[in-house]
Design a protein around this ligand. Structure first.
Ligand SMILES: *Cc1c(COP(=O)(O)O)cnc(C)c1O
Length: 342
């Protein structure tokens, strides 16, 4: 929505002139033939940043997660996953539908962790009555929340002691890295594979990368082809990803500061259901107002907000600025002073 203050998601960012320029001049070749120099450059850069042997470019985070799950698990295997995790709840059930992988959902704590006791308890003994427990997946950030690095180490250590593989859905791992001051490779260290979205806060128009050991990435390459993700002159997209990794990581701190300010602005008018901002996200479950009327009022003022089912989700990113937050404040003042419909 051009011209809006669009807080629905950090996926709405549009490439700026500098990013479009590197895309326009990118050296390209056929990436299925492994012939695309710019794609290779992005993959090498991602592998290095994430501390893994190899990396592979994907059209979406959903496909990179699915290829990872299928590289770790075969038909009839099982993966342990949070009941509110993206791979379980928001990827169309792909692991089960396309991978024949049984999800074993476990309760996500409000901070995005799964208790170590719950993980240990869910690992099935080697018994033909059970699916084979093969993999633990975690997500960081989880609804904007950063997982404690000590927890990541404990959970991945536990998985390893039981012979499980580990996958990190790190769609917004760079937000976690900037928020904690821990490098991404440190946050990804305990995991075999990690998926990172370039198309969210990092501002690329398309793309994710999956990083991991060479053998799993080779398996993921075959799966990517099977899933229809073997794209050709991807250098044009990879160039945007390289630009994003070079220019748009440290600035995520601005998004986090802006989300904190937005939470303060909103808290003056409304209860924040789930506390203050977490990295670049603010969640609200407003009970005292008509959420749909409030959303419509904001939309009339050029402010778009995400969330569904009575929740509001505000996400900060490259394409909203301090003036956007000022306009939210002015809109709230009008709405709650009686100038707006309640
Ligand atoms: C966005 C997201 C993905 C992948 O989404 P795509 O839209 O398929 O790129 C995966 N996991 C999490 C946590 C996400 O937020």
């Amino acid at each position: 929505m051009t011209g809006m203050d669009d807080f629905r998601s950090d996926t709405v960012t549009r490439p700026d002139a500098a990013m479009r320029a590197v895309m326009a001049s990118a050296a390209v070749g056929d990436a299925v033939y492994e012939d695309c120099p710019t794609t290779h450059r992005l993959e090498a850069m991602a592998a290095e940043r994430l501390g893994k042997e190899a990396a592979l470019f994907f059209p979406t985070g959903t496909q990179s997660n699915l290829a990872a799950l299928m590289a770790h698990c075969g038909r009839g295997d099982e993966y342990l996953v949070g009941h509110k995790a993206h791979t379980f709840l928001y990827e169309g059930g792909g692991a089960a539908v396309l991978g024949s992988i049984q999800p074993q959902p476990l309760p996500n704590e409000p901070d995005g962790t799964i208790s170590l006791a719950a993980i240990e308890d869910a690992i099935k003994p080697d018994d033909f009555h059970h699916a084979r427990t093969r993999l633990l997946t975690l997500e960081n950030t989880f609804s904007g929340s950063v997982l404690d690095p000590a927890y990541l180490e404990a959970a991945t250590g536990l998985a390893r002691r039981h012979g499980l593989g580990t996958h990190l859905d790190g769609a917004r791992l760079m937000n976690a890295s900037v928020a904690t001051g821990c490098e991404a490779d440190v946050l990804a260290r305990g995991f075999d594979t990690v998926s990172l979205c370039l198309s969210k806060g990092l501002g690329a128009p398309v793309g994710s990368v999956l990083a991991g050991p060479r053998d799993l990435i080779q398996a993921a390459r075959r799966l990517r082809k099977m899933l229809g993700g073997g794209m050709r002159q991807t250098g044009i997209l990879a160039a945007a990803g390289i630009h994003a990794l070079e220019h748009n990581v440290a600035r995520l701190a601005d998004d986090h500061a802006r989300a904190a300010r937005l939470a303060d602005v909103l808290a003056a008018f409304l209860e924040l259901g789930s506390g203050p901002a977490q990295t670049n996200m603010v969640f609200m479950t407003p009970v005292a107002i008509d959420v749909d009327a409030f959303r419509r009022f904001l939309a009339d003022r050029g402010i778009a907000v995400g969330g569904r089912y009575g929740n509001l989700r505000w996400v900060t990113h490259l394409d909203v600025d301090n003036a956007s937050v000022d306009r939210v404040q002015a809109a709230c003042e009008d709405y709650f002073s009686g100038d707006g419909p309640h």
